[in-house]
Design a protein around this ligand. Structure first.
Ligand SMILES: NC(=O)c1ccc[n+]([C@@H]2O[C@H](COP(=O)([O-])OP(=O)(O)OC[C@H]3O[C@@H](n4cnc5c(N)ncnc54)[C@H](OP(=O)(O)O)[C@@H]3O)[C@@H](O)[C@H]2O)c1
Length: 330
């Protein structure tokens, strides 16, 4: 099969090779001896793959390896008792190995792909939408009627959070860095959009009538203190990632004075070994798809052999929605 490997840790330009490899066995490291084999039509591309080309991500497999944490395609074979069968259209979280014509995923991380979504949308479903639900509900305790400020709102996680928050009955304020990204956030369903600039915190406070109940933050960096200042009492900042580059530090007296919380949300570390939680989140997202709230926003699409360009789009802060590799033509 054709696949993309990371062969060295020199960044998106030099790290990738298109190679021919044997197809994987139906066995996944999370479920040794069992796994769902998927004929991959589309593979999702995300920030961690950019970091992996530099050896800068926390998951560091030995070189060379096939990156790619999630795919959409058609099941070739599934273990006895799995919830999907050969021939089903699915979205699957494989953790690694997704940039290839055939991938293997645990059965509890493989979900039927409804007809309402195409394969490219399916490739943007699990990492971002499960993270959105996990961050907003499992960790953040979001309730209907609350307002969420979403950083990086035109990105993969950001657009997912906008849609999941809306499905939960919350209001959203999207924070973005450009007019083009403002359009993407609006199309993804943001109730209000604020442009990043010196006065974003004041605008957010005004739009929310004094402060938001939750800040959902995949960006981090030097805007963190203003995120805390944007909260009303009992408000929570949910920490999801650090695309801004630096990891913020919190002066905890701010939390005491404001009666606020900072909450970490690491989806993979929490859920990957827990089939029951994955199924619960998958069922909640499936209902949101049926009800028309969840429609993954697909941004730029590239052929498998152009994976380096896909990583550049993310690395250069140009990506909107989910960046996708088209692995098969149909
Ligand atoms: N905690 C978890 O379980 C979990 C799960 C999935 C992903 N993540 C993390 O969440 C983060 C966001 O992922 P994503 O897929 O949404 O990424 P993305 O699509 O590339 O979006 C990230 C957003 O970050 C903003 N940003 C600010 N400074 C940036 C910079 N220097 N370079 C690139 N982007 C910058 C951009 O928005 P503006 O230009 O509008 O500011 C961009 O749209 C990543 O760090 C990822 O690893 C965490």
């Amino acid at each position: 099969m054709r696949a993309i490997q990371i062969v060295e840790e020199s960044g998106p330009d030099g790290a990738l090779r298109l190679v021919e490899l044997p197809e994987p066995e139906p066995s996944h490291p999370l479920t040794p001896g069992a796994g769902v084999l998927v004929d991959v039509h589309a593979a999702g591309v995300s920030f961690p793959e950019v970091l992996q080309t530099r050896g800068a991500y926390q998951v560091k497999p030995p070189l060379p390896f096939v990156p790619g944490s999630e795919v959409a395609g058609v099941v070739r074979s599934a273990p006895d008792g799995a919830s999907v069968n050969a021939g089903d259209r699915v979205a699957a979280f494989c953790a690694l190995g997704g940039f290839a014509e055939v991938a293997v995923a645990p059965d509890y991380l493989t979900f039927a792909l409804p007809d309402a979504l195409d394969f490219a949308q399916g490739a943007g479903l699990i990492l971002n939408y499960h993270t959105a639900y996990f961050s907003l509900v499992t960790r953040g305790r979001l309730t209907a009627g609350e307002t969420v400020l979403v950083h990086g709102a035109a990105g993969g996680v950001g657009t997912a959070v906008l849609q999941v928050a809306k499905a939960l009955g919350a209001s959203t304020i999207a924070l973005v860095s450009s007019d083009a990204k403002a359009e993407v956030a609006k199309e993804a369903g943001a109730d209000q959009v604020v442009r990043l600039g010196d006065s974003w915190k004041d605008e957010v406070k005004e739009l929310s009538g004094g402060g938001v109940e939750m800040v959902l933050d995949p960006v981090g960096g030097d805007r963190f203190t203003d995120s805390l200042r944007s909260l009303r009492p009992d408000g929570r900042v949910v920490v999801v990632g650090f695309t801004g580059g630096s990891i913020p530090e919190v002066k905890v007296n701010r939390l005491l004075l404001g009666n606020t919380e900072v909450i970490g949300a690491g989806w993979g570390a929490y859920v990957l070994a827990r089939p029951d939680i994955n199924r619960e989140i998958g069922a909640a997202i499936a209902r949101m798809i049926d009800d028309g709230f969840v429609r993954p926003v697909v941004g730029e699409r590239f052929a498998l052999e152009s994976a380096a360009q896909a990583l550049h789009a993310i690395d250069g802060r140009r990506a909107t929605g989910k960046v996708v590799l088209d692995v098969r033509s149909t």
